[in-house]
Design a protein around this ligand. Sequence first.
Ligand SMILES: [Zn+2]
Length: 81
Amino acid sequence: MAIYEYECLNCRYRFEVWQKITEEPLKFCDKCGGELVRLIGNTGFILKGSGWYVTDYARKEKKETSQKEEGSSTSEKSSQS
Ligand SMILES: [Zn+2]
């Protein structure tokens, strides 16, 4: 048995269910019949996760390019002397 957290995409209703691993995941919300997503591990990983992934990836790329710029520019050094 394992505990699964579900969230309804339609009404945002969240709940936890004890299920066997072999049991089929729930698909429809009890309250409104909307589509459910199963949240694995961290709470809200799927819904918030997509946004987090995009911003993190963009930040990484930015960092890499700025590092390259720093390395190639020597104007800072010469202005200090
Ligand atoms: Zn619902």
